[in-house]
Design a protein around this ligand. Structure first.
Ligand code: CA
Length: 233
């Protein structure tokens, strides 16, 4: 049996971006439709079956937040918001409004693809929808509810920042995360310290989590950022 193509709707008024993303997604095997304004997008989303929506926030007519609000009235269709850089309000209201994820423009297409795969994976496996499943890489286990980390069954004492960083890495296991993304996720948009902070905290994590037992699961991707995997390099 052939696998059904997953259908993605792009709602984005910048036609160049919409076309570029459409091409990339089609190349990856997704069935793609696009709308250049909020009203057309909402109409498409409510009349045809999609697996996921990429929704720009700044749209003419009906803005992205309003489109999201109306979609959420009737459906839990996964939505990834496209936000402008530094728009911390967008990010917060987007996630509060029921978006599944967001990505900051300009974005690397690889990161968008990874986020799409992650959201679709959660949709296929509803167990993850709570977002509170136990996370694991090799012998590292993290319990988001209890905010506990264990390595080989022994509890580890991490600061809040270290925990949040490890949590985010594990929640995106096997996905390469840029320093910028980590900075925005863990430190927030208004943090002025620069991406150096990410490298510093990765060193702290390695020292606390990995080095005592000779593990190496947090991989450095030169020039990009970091990824956590089950395997050592
Ligand atoms: Ca726009």
């Amino acid at each position: 049996m052939t696998k059904r193509m997953e259908r993605i709707l792009i709602i984005e008024d910048e036609e160049k971006i919409a076309r570029f993303v459409e091409l990339e997604l089609a190349y990856e095997g997704y069935d793609v439709e696009k709308a250049f304004n909020g009203r057309d997008g909402l109409a498409l989303a409510s009349t045809r079956p999609f697996d996921l929506v990429l929704l720009d926030i700044l749209l003419p007519g009906l803005n992205g937040m309003e489109v999201l609000r109306r979609i959420r009235k009737t459906s839990d269709l996964p939505v990834i918001m496209l936000t402008a850089r530094d728009a911390v309000v967008d990010k917060v209201t987007g996630l509060d409004g029921g978006a599944d994820d967001y990505i900051t423009k300009p974005f690397a297409i690889e990161e968008l693809l990874a986020r799409i795969r992650a959201v679709l994976r959660k949709k296929r496996d509803p167990h993850h929808l709570s977002g509170q499943a136990l996370l694991q890489a090799g012998p590292i286990k993290l319990d988001p509810d209890k905010r506990e980390v264990q390595v080989h069954g022994s509890p580890l004492d991490l600061t809040k920042r270290e925990f949040d960083l490890l949590h985010f890495l594990l929640a995106n296991k096997n996905i390469v995360l840029s320093r910028e993304t980590l900075l925005q996720e863990i430190w927030g948009y208004d943090f002025a310290g620069g991406t150096n902070a990410v490298d510093v905290y990765i060193r702290y994590l390695r020292a606390k989590v990995e080095e005592p037992i000779g593990l190496k699961l947090i991989h450095t991707v030169r020039g990009v950022g970091y990824v956590i995997k089950d395997e050592q390099p």
